[in-house]
Design a protein around this ligand. Structure first.
Ligand SMILES: Cc1cc2nc3c(=O)[nH]c(=O)nc-3n(C[C@H](O)[C@H](O)[C@H](O)COP(=O)(O)O)c2cc1C
Length: 224
């Protein structure tokens, strides 16, 4: 029986307060600009009681960009550097370890996010290269028909980039470009970052309390 649609009222041991099984999420960080988005995502997933496990993979280029954009230095105690504390939920997996759990379809994963997703990793994923753990885990998501969200970032985009996005989308990935929204009137970079992360989490079935929702503000204005 599909456990998500079980009618049992008894809470399963591996379930959140609503009885849903805890989610397992892969967060892959690659060397595109926007590493603060990955930090915000990691913190949000860590704080979400519906998420039981986070497999974090950070490419060598992502470490370089993280250093540039956030001041994080190296792989040593990286989770502590990014989240501010140790976390029992987060396991940091080595980029080159193609023998890690998530390299196999037998490892249960609810969704994989590549945030930000470089054009290099996009190319590797859409051509099935599986040459490192990020590419392999993404390949597994596609073959197992699991949710794969590619938060691509580059500008301008070449024909190669556009074709690769099309190929990835046709294979089942969601292309979720790093593009901010402005209709929610963000005032700070933190507002933009939070809203973008909220949109991804909503997309994978983890809507966040306090997330901006178009229509509710307009409705409140209309009823004044
Ligand atoms: C500061 C910095 C910013 C970068 N920004 C981007 C970017 O926005 N998009 C992109 O595709 N590559 C960007 N790159 C280049 C990638 O890091 C590079 O292509 C790398 O090989 C990607 O490797 P990875 O996909 O394994 O992380 C950037 C590099 C640096 C140093």
């Amino acid at each position: 029986m599909n456990r998500r649609h079980s009618f049992h009222s008894v809470k399963e041991p591996n379930a959140d307060e609503s009885g849903e099984p805890h989610r397992t999420i892969v967060l892959a960080v690659t060397g595109a600009s926007g590493s603060i988005l990955a930090v915000e995502m990691l913190r949000s997933l860590e704080a979400d009681p519906r998420v039981g496990r986070i497999h974090l993979v950070v490419s060598p280029s992502a470490l370089r960009v993280l250093a540039e954009e956030t001041g994080a230095s190296g792989r040593h105690e990286l989770v502590e550097q990014l989240v501010g504390a140790r976390s029992a939920k987060i396991s940091l997996l080595a980029h080159e370890d193609i023998g890690a759990s998530i390299a196999s379809g037998s490892c249960p994963v609810d969704a994989m996010l590549v945030l930000p997703c470089s054009m290099g990793t996009l190319a590797g994923i859409c051509h099935g290269m599986a040459g490192n753990l990020i590419e392999r885990a993404a390949d597994v998501c596609l073959k197992e028909r699991r949710r794969l969200v590619l938060c691509v970032r580059e500008t301008p985009l070449s024909l190669i980039h556009l074709n690769n996005m099309l190929t990835a989308a046709q294979a089942g990935a969601t292309i979720f470009p790093v593009i901010p929204s402005f209709y929610n009137h963000p005032r700070t970079v933190a507002d933009i970052t939070r809203n973008y992360v909220h949109r991804i989490l909503q997309h994978i079935g983890l809507p966040q309390p306090g997330a901006y929702q178009w229509g509710t503000a307009a409705l409140a204005k209309d009823t004044k």
